[in-house]
Design a protein around this ligand. Structure first.
Ligand code: X8Z
Ligand code: ZN
Length: 615
């Protein structure tokens, strides 16, 4: 043995002794202790972060932004460390439940961050800043800043105005909030990707797609499979609406390529079209009802609107909302300071302290949104007995689908039962009622799909910052069949004018929810003993449906999602057959209309040379 070799042998021995001292060999018992401690620690950090974030989102100032960024930073820093420490247990033969927790820990960050504290801090500050920029966003039509409009006002105007020039002004005015976010967003994506790579994922998009108890690529394929099941329905609806808009607006709505100008659909992002029901309702149909109008006439308060939602859940056997909900929620927009108006549900202490943050105006949309948000909160309350990492939905699509599944039971019979309408419209009103539902649900599907398609491309590097807007409009055109009301270019950043982009909330969840909610609803109807056509079922008051629903909710994230789905529905696959069944009578009717006497309308559109060009 040469001297050098001998030296190396001694060094190796010394090193192995020091390794032995620093870290005893990983054991299954050690893995369990590690996980128990990690869960307790992250729960505490998570509660602190939620409190700081709540204060920031309901009262945006430079200070609350900084406080929120600080607590977000602490939570991410510790989670990242714990994920790295957890690697020593990866190869052990862990019991399935414990192995699942290790996986969930690794997937728990929507915004993975570099472990370099400087870069991590930059990322959290950038991210909180983007969220606040959206929250503070306003369109000021004139010099007088007391006339500025926030997104809640603008959404109401987009819903109600029927003047295309005015609509285009609101649309363009709001989209001006986003260009200043462009470079910050690009930096955000870069840093978040670096964090994802440190955790062992190719990029943040791959991390997000790994969330569904199947390989990331298989998840993308699932989304496409579902889209192909519902695309024919969307295309028929699109063609029908386009014909009616041309009848109303003439040349403004008519384009040779068949695309619909985005500002005419009653919604800032053209994502749900129910606000233009009056423009597309069949002329000969019996009148239905307008909940927004009823709330206005009756001066129904935001609290009362929220109580309608709570009563539905109570009728299924759920507990009343805790008193702190009423004390701590924000139900109306503050008049003296900025707040993020986009509705959200908060589970602040992972136990009882649930809250709603919303700027309720009393529109029909608000009624649906209140049910949506209470769905989140009742899910939170149902899984609070699980251990901390399992206090979450089976997957994020489940979380988004709960309240919507309940809201599908808001049928005319139900509204009569609770005294919101006096008479139930005759059976001839079924088609208009279904049409309004399709304007809310079917119109949403391509948007639900494309938001994350765009983001996955951004995270993977396929779309570069200098091509953000072209990629956005290529997807808007391909999937939604819409065109911008005014010319766009790369000095715009239109994706940034949608809440979930600056807020970094993944969006595929809403597409999944649009499918799941009909599966959940169909199963609950079955449980309630309902036998008629699916669109007329309401499970209001059914304790049988409620018990089965509650059992699924209380599982939280303790089982892979197919098992949770099976518990309620007997099915273990995402399946568009329930949404297709629900809208089957409407699909036939739409086909007839589109093929009808006054000029056959061919569903679909051709690809424009430049999707960023208005006409
Ligand atoms: O963001 C929401 C909820 C809060 S989770 C109000 N939704 C999506 C959106 O507004 O874009 C519900 C429908 C889709
Ligand atoms: Zn939601």
């Amino acid at each position: 043995m040469t001297f050098l070799n001998r030296f190396a042998a001694v060094a190796v021995l010394a090193l192995s002794i020091s390794v032995l001292h620093a870290a005893p060999p990983a054991t299954v018992a050690g893995a369990k202790t590690f996980m128990d401690k990690a869960e307790a620690e992250l729960l505490k950090l998570g509660i602190e972060q939620q409190r700081a974030d709540w204060v920031n989102e309901t009262f945006i100032t430079d200070d609350t932004e900084a406080i929120s960024a600080l607590f977000t930073d602490r939570l991410i820093a510790r989670t990242t460390e714990l994920v790295k420490e957890s690697r020593q247990y990866e190869k052990l033969p862990l019991p399935a439940d414990l192995r699942r927790k290790f996986l969930l820990l690794k997937l728990s960050l929507n915004m993975p961050a570099p472990s370099d504290p400087k870069l991590r801090e930059e990322l959290t500050q950038t991210s909180v800043g983007l969220g606040s920029a959206y929250g503070k966003g306003k369109y000021c039509p004139d010099e007088d800043t007391s006339h500025c409009l926030g997104i809640d006002d603008l959404e109401e105007r987009m819903a109600k105005s029927r003047d295309p020039k005015e609509l285009a002004r609101y649309w363009a005015g709001w989209h001006k909030i986003a260009p200043p976010m462009h470079d910050k967003y690009a930096r955000f994506a870069e840093l978040s990707n670096q964090g994802a790579r440190e955790l062992g994922f190719k990029d943040t998009g791959v991390l997000w797609r790994s969330y569904y108890d199947m390989p990331a690529d298989q998840f993308s394929a699932e989304m496409e499979r579902l889209w192909s099941q519902v695309e024919p329905l969307y295309k028929e609806l699109h063609a029908y609406v386009r014909t009616r808009l041309v009848a109303k607006y003439g040349a403004t709505a008519q384009r040779p390529d068949g695309l619909i100008p985005a500002h005419l659909l009653g919604n800032m992002w053209s994502q749900q079209w129910d606000n233009i029901f009056d423009l597309v309702a069949p002329a000969s149909a019996p009148p239905t009802y307008d909940l927004g109008q009823i709330f206005t006439e009756r001066k129904t308060t935001p609290k009362e609107i929220t109580t309608y939602g709570e009563s539905f859940f109570k009728s299924l056997g759920f507990e009343p909302l805790p008193p702190t909900f009423w004390k701590r929620s924000m139900l109306v927009k503050p008049t003296d300071h900025d707040a993020v108006c986009h509705a959200s549900a908060w589970d602040v202490d992972s136990n009882e302290d649930v809250r709603l943050k919303m700027c309720i105006h009393g529109t029909t949309d608000d009624f649906a949104t209140v049910h949506h948000e209470l769905g989140h909160l009742y899910y939170d309350l149902s899984y609070r007995k699980q251990s901390p990492l399992l206090r979450d939905s089976a997957n994020d699509g489940f979380h988004e689908a709960i309240g919507d599944a309940i809201a599908l039971s808001i049928t005319p019979e139900y509204l009569k039962t609770i005294g919101l309408i006096q008479t139930v419209p005759p059976p001839a009103a079924d088609i208009p009622i279904l049409l309004r539902k399709a304007l809310e649900k079917i119109s949403f599907l391509p948007f639900g799909l494309l938001v994350d398609k765009w983001r996955w491309q951004v995270f993977s590097g396929e779309t570069k910052p200098e091509g953000y807007n072209a990629a956005w409009w290529a997807l808007r055109e391909k999937y939604q069949g819409i065109a911008p009301p005014v010319d766009r270019s790369e000095s715009d950043f239109d994706a940034g004018a949608k809440y979930h982009i600056p807020a970094n909330t993944p969006y595929a969840r809403y597409f999944l929810a649009a499918i799941y909610q009909f599966q959940f609803y169909r199963a609950m109807c079955r449980e309630a003993g309902y036998k008629g056509p699916l669109n007329r079922c309401s499970v209001y008051g059914s304790k049988e449906a409620g018990t089965k629903f509650a059992a699924m909710l209380s599982l939280g994230k303790s089982k892979p999602w197919p098992e949770a789905l099976k518990q309620l529905t007997g099915e273990d696959k995402l399946d568009a057959s329930a949404i297709v069944e629900y809208f089957a009578p409407l699909l036939e009717w739409l086909k007839q209309q589109n093929a009808g006497a006054n000029g056959a309308t061919k569903p679909g559109w051709t690809v424009a040379a430049n999707p960023m060009k208005a006409q």
